[in-house]
Design a protein around this ligand. Structure first.
Ligand code: DX5
Ligand code: ZN
Length: 221
């Protein structure tokens, strides 16, 4: 499978959201990454259902919803209704993660679990076989445009080993600080999905930046 690219709407121009969604529709991007922040789990507030519905109305690719919120169970059905194809909850926000994953399954969406930089991959050992995506945070969640944390490479290794050991089909999604310099190495290390906010939306041509990320696996490092 070639790497999937998921531009993060958090870095889009909200005054021109429809234009930016159209750009992603027409680009080589695979998913829309939708960052929902509540100001409690993370020190920032992004957007909620009205914006999510506006994205859904125009997006022609799956919505990959990353919930950086406490008590995500309360809102899973509403996010599924609003058009999420993939929903990722944070390991650190779920007291009963196994139950949360069952809830996601029942809603018929792909089930993702995100882990913060301080959380070891091994803590997913009991659930890895029942999830579709692991979102490895390569920055502390809360903001776009932060610097990539290099420990992520060894976490990809740990996670790959766990996935093999537990016979899981979970995909590895890297979120935070992905750029045109580290994309190749991340893919080589085992990343299946790359999220990119700043790298896409601060580029002079966002759709060219998406193409370059998509082709990063063929780069000669
Ligand atoms: C961080 C978010 C990321 C962020 C990525 O809290 O979860 O998805 O938008 O943005 P960049 O690619 O700019 O680090
Ligand atoms: Zn995210």
């Amino acid at each position: 499978m070639s790497v999937l690219i998921a531009p993060s709407i958090l870095s889009a121009d909200f005054g021109n959201l429809q234009r930016d969604i159209k750009m992603i529709n027409e680009s080589r991007a695979d998913w829309f990454h939708v960052d929902v922040m509540d100001g409690v789990f993370v020190p920032n507030i992004s957007f909620g259902f009205p914006v999510m519905k506006a994205i859904k109305k125009y997006a022609r690719k799956p919505l990959d919803v990353h919930l950086m919120i406490v008590e995500p169970d309360k809102y899973l059905a509403a996010f599924a209704d609003a058009g999420a194809a993939i929903i990722s909850v944070h390991y650190e926000a779920c007291t009963h993660l196994h139950r949360t994953i069952q809830n996601l399954r029942q809603l018929g969406v792909l089930a993702g679990v995100a882990i913060n930089p301080h959380t070891p991959a091994s803590l997913l050992s009991e659930v890895i076989a029942s999830i579709d995506v692991v979102v490895l945070m390569s920055v502390n969640p809360g903001y776009g445009g932060q610097r990539f944390i290099k420990n992520t490479y060894s976490k990809i290794d740990d996670l790959k080993n766990l996935i093999i050991q537990k016979n899981s089909s979970a995909k590895i999604e890297i979120d935070g600080g992905v750029d045109l310099k580290n994309a190749h190495e991340l893919i080589r290390a085992g990343a299946d999905i790359l999220v990119a906010g700043n790298t896409v939306f601060s580029a002079s041509s966002p759709s060219d930046a998406i193409s370059l990320l998509k082709e990063a696996e063929h780069q000669t490092a």
